[in-house]
Design a protein around this ligand. Structure first.
Ligand SMILES: [Zn+2]
Length: 223
């Protein structure tokens, strides 16, 4: 049943193929891989399939572009289905999520983190700065990444950034998947469909606005 869970590449405002796929394949759950560009709350974009399937998501980098887009995601009715740094069990399959991107100003793998964590960043700012600003909130923070690596166990890892088999990918994503015991990685960000592997982990890049299944087969969308 490879179509029981579907993974959805960056919609960037276009959710048609995702909705269509849920109707067509009567899927149990979908996992959205980031970059929604929401002009209305997420549950309104997905209105036709609410109640038909379980909907999970991770944030991309463009979900922090404006306050409105951020609120339409993080204050949506689907807020609690954010898989960033979390694991969900869907019919016996554990799926772990890592949203966001690596940022030079925070932590770029291969170099020493500029900031150990959000607390560290906030402590070094004037006391009137109480939260991480939007333009830094899409970063992957070193301490959260390391904690996930140590504490999470899952069968599948979903990320926005790519592992090392992609030319813009990162070896630390391979290592994260390995550490948590995942045998598959699904990611967004690069908008193009491909299948590859790192060590014995199957990797699928999801196409923009499109859908792939558990076997990494493209069902909808993209080039
Ligand atoms: Zn994107």
């Amino acid at each position: 049943m490879p179509n029981k869970i579907l993974f959805c590449g960056d919609p960037h405002g276009n959710f048609k193929q995702i909705v269509f796929a849920v109707f067509k394949y009567k899927t149990q759950a979908i996992v959205l891989l980031g970059d929604y560009n929401l002009d209305v709350p997420l549950e309104r974009q997905l209105q036709p399939i609410i109640g038909m399937t379980r909907i999970y998501w991770i944030p991309g980098n463009h979900d922090f572009d404006s306050v409105a887009e951020h609120e339409n995601l993080f204050n949506s009715a689907l807020y609690y289905n954010n898989l960033h740094l979390k694991v969900v069990d869907i019919d016996g399959l554990r799926i772990a999520g890592l949203g966001g991107i690596f940022m030079e100003r925070i932590w770029m793998p291969g170099s020493i983190p500029k900031w150990i964590g959000k607390k560290h960043w906030l402590q070094c700012k004037p006391s009137n700065v109480k939260k991480i600003p939007l333009h830094l909130d899409n970063a992957i923070w070193h301490h959260e990444f390391e904690r996930m690596k140590k504490s999470v166990r899952a069968d599948i890892l979903v990320t926005h950034v790519a592992p090392s088999c992609h030319r813009h990918g990162f070896k630390v994503i391979d290592e994260l998947a390995e550490a948590i015991g995942a045998t598959k990685i699904f990611h967004g960000l690069h908008h193009k469909y491909y299948q590859d592997s790192v060590s014995s982990i199957d990797v699928t890049g999801a196409p923009i606005g499109g859908v792939v299944n558990l076997a990494g087969e493209r069902l909808m969308g993209g080039k």
